[in-house]
Design a protein around this ligand. Structure first.
Ligand SMILES: [Zn+2]
Length: 644
């Protein structure tokens, strides 16, 4: 097979990688048409997440896109600075690093930006001027947002500076003028899908729905979903219909009905996630960030994840936690390996590798959950990862060899276990009403992610995996070593992503730091070694590693099951948040010398519908843009009319 491009370019710390959806071509026309309409829905909602993430995001994006689109008119040095900033802005959906939550700024001078903007305007570019506003006044107004790192420094601040409030210290647009104290005794009727605004001293929920906040975008999404319904299978059509109802009413009970319908659609070959879903953006872990994914099942890769799902009850029965937190009659864990065709909002261009939904614990316990493993994303990661990222931090050549041979395989297997028997497992005390989020607040996401990781790490060495045919007996020990070694190394390597400050904000990173540092403190599984001035986290005892993981997992499940906020906070704060900046600087020096990226933004496939004379779709073609800029400009243009 000919070599095709995965790694397209490097922009600062970020890698830009093309994702391929090879199976799309072979889908029947009906499914291609379905995917087409769902893809349009995904593009229509993209700006919602821009606005949720930062109230000024869309104006800022308009300014940089106006300049980037007029390259010939712009001074080359200024163009380079704006172009680089634009790419990071698109990848991170605004001026905040997706992993550190910290602001990054434009590196040209305000004057150079102004000259470039005026030159672009003379060349015909349009700017987002308010009524009566001049271009100079616009640039003055937005200047601090582009250039001053101290203005709105953090998008989500779960650990705010001493004396500051978590909500007002977070620059996101989920709350306006609201503090944690204002929320005492306030009951939200639309916890997931509203912005909370303090208005004349009282709290108002601005509901995301047709006729409410984001009405134009949501109406457009609804239109595309309705166009998709005739091409869907019956259970999927029911789920899409329920989603349309929820988008119209915004009511919590309609959201539940949608979740139940979505989780009940177990076998459709095409599926979508579209809505206000994950709660990482909210320091309280309550408000949902908008995202959309459209995907089809990758049948060849599905057998592994289906096998795990098919034996979910066995894993549940063998969880190393208090039996009262074991689910009985584990039902409805549906799992597939999928190929994504598009991801927007919170899922793109930076994407997860696995997803388990719905998030509502009560629905999970009663109706089960669906897990997907993003095969073509995993493949693109794998093909674009530089081998030095593993070898630089491995203590021995044997460790490097194991990583090169097994890291990808072990990573996919543990991701599948993380989603299916990790997030999908366990139950909580009845007292919590199926809502441990409310009790664990800003610690919830890190605790839940650690629970899912620990389940995967705990079962990886289990002979059951050989019995189920998931790993070959002769390779099992090496696969376990490769995963445990890689997991320990990662706690060191991930520090490259937090180039400023001394705290970790992102919940998956907190969880991984916490597990490794807890194991260091409580077991003999991981040693810190130094050679030639370089630090290594060396996994030395797989049995001790697993035993420690089991012990920590029992405690983490207890914390979730009881909603023990104080214990959650102590655990995450002690092991998962703070790190030594000297060590971080060492790691950054090492990765920069090797030019290793810290994170990846993905360019999605591009679809084009072919219509006949009667306006019917007769084919949908897929192609690969191999270019972030053209895709981002295309998406922005496609939904510009919704902002008028
Ligand atoms: Zn997870």
């Amino acid at each position: 097979m000919e070599e095709r491009a995965y790694l397209l370019e490097r922009v600062g710390e970020a890698a830009v990688v093309q994702v391929y959806a090879d199976g799309f071509r072979d889908l029947p026309l009906r499914e291609k048409t379905l995917v087409w309409h769902l893809t349009q829905a995904a593009i229509a909602g993209r700006d919602i997440f821009y606005d949720q993430r930062y109230a000024y995001n869309l104006e800022m994006r308009d300014v940089i896109e106006a300049i980037v689109g007029r390259r010939h008119a712009i001074d080359p040095d200024t163009f380079d600075a704006v172009n680089r900033y634009a790419k990071l802005f698109w990848i991170n959906t605004g001026p905040y690093n997706n992993l550190t939550a910290r602001k990054f700024v434009l590196t040209c001078t305000p004057r150079a930006l102004a000259e470039a903007a005026h030159a672009a305007a003379r060349a015909g570019a349009r700017f987002p001027l308010r009524p009566g506003e001049s271009l100079s006044a616009l640039l003055d107004r937005l200047g601090p947002l582009f250039f001053d790192p101290a203005v709105d420094p953090t998008v989500t601040s779960k650990t705010p500076p001493e004396g500051q409030d978590m909500l007002t210290a977070s620059a996101n647009n989920l709350y306006v003028g609201v503090t944690m104290k204002d929320l005492d005794g306030f009951e939200e009727r639309h916890p997931l899908n509203s912005r909370l605004v303090k208005h004349n001293g009282s709290l108002v929920e601005e509901v995301y729905r047709v006729g409410g906040r984001y009405s134009a975008h949501i109406s457009a999404i609804v239109g595309h979903l309705e166009a998709a319904i005739p091409f869907a299978t019956e259970p999927m059509a029911r789920a899409l219909g329920a989603l349309v109802t929820f988008y119209r009413t915004g009511r919590e009970e309609d959201r539940e009905a949608y979740d139940i319908a979505w989780v009940g659609d177990r076998s459709s070959p095409v599926d979508t996630i579209n809505g206000f879903v994950e709660v990482y953006l909210d320091a309280r872990s309550i408000k949902g960030a908008w995202e959309a994914l459209v995907f089809y099942v990758n049948a060849a890769k599905t057998s592994q994840i289906r096998t795990i799902a098919g034996h979910a009850q066995w894993f549940e029965d063998h969880m190393p936690w208090d039996p009262k937190y074991r689910k009985t009659g584990a039902r409805g864990v549906t799992a597939s390996a999928i190929d994504v065709v598009i991801e927007t909002g919170e899922s793109g261009p930076i994407t997860p590798v696995g997803i388990n939904l719905p998030n509502a614990q009560a629905i999970r316990e009663r109706y089960g959950s669906k897990s997907v493993s993003l095969s073509n994303i995993n493949e693109a990661y794998d093909k674009s990862t530089l081998p030095e990222l593993r070898s630089e931090f491995a203590w021995t050549p044997e460790e490097t060899a194991r990583a090169l041979k097994w890291a990808t395989f072990a990573g996919e297997l543990t991701t599948n276990m993380h989603e299916v028997i990790g997030h999908g497992s366990g139950k909580v005390d009845e007292r919590l009403n199926g809502n441990p989020q409310a009790a664990l607040r800003e610690q919830f996401s890190a605790i839940e992610e650690s629970r899912a990781d620990l389940v995967a790490l705990y079962f990886l060495p289990d002979p059951k995996l050989v019995e189920l045919g998931l790993v070959a007996a002769g390779d099992h020990a090496d696969i376990v070593l490769a995963e445990y070694e890689g997991y320990a190394r990662n706690a060191l390597v991930q520090l490259r992503r937090v180039r400023e400050g001394t705290t970790i904000e992102e919940d998956h990173m907190r969880n991984r730091q916490m597990i490794v540092r807890w194991l260091m403190a409580h077991t003999a599984a991981i040693e810190v070694r130094v050679r030639d001035g370089k630090t290594y986290y060396v996994m030395t005892d797989a049995a001790a590693f697993r035993e420690g993981v089991g012990g920590l997992l029992a405690e983490v499940q207890r914390i979730k099951g009881e909603g023990d906020y104080d214990a959650a906070r102590a655990l995450v704060e002690t092991y998962g948040v703070h790190f030594d900046p000297v060590l971080r600087d060492e790691v950054v020096t090492r990765v920069d010398r090797l030019k290793l990226p810290s994170y990846t933004g993905f360019v999605m496939p591009r679809l084009r519908a072919i219509h006949n004379g009667g306006g019917e779709i007769v084919d949908v073609e897929i192609s690969y843009p191999l270019d972030l800029t053209s895709q981002m400009l295309e998406y922005s243009a496609a939904s510009a009319h919704l902002r008028a």
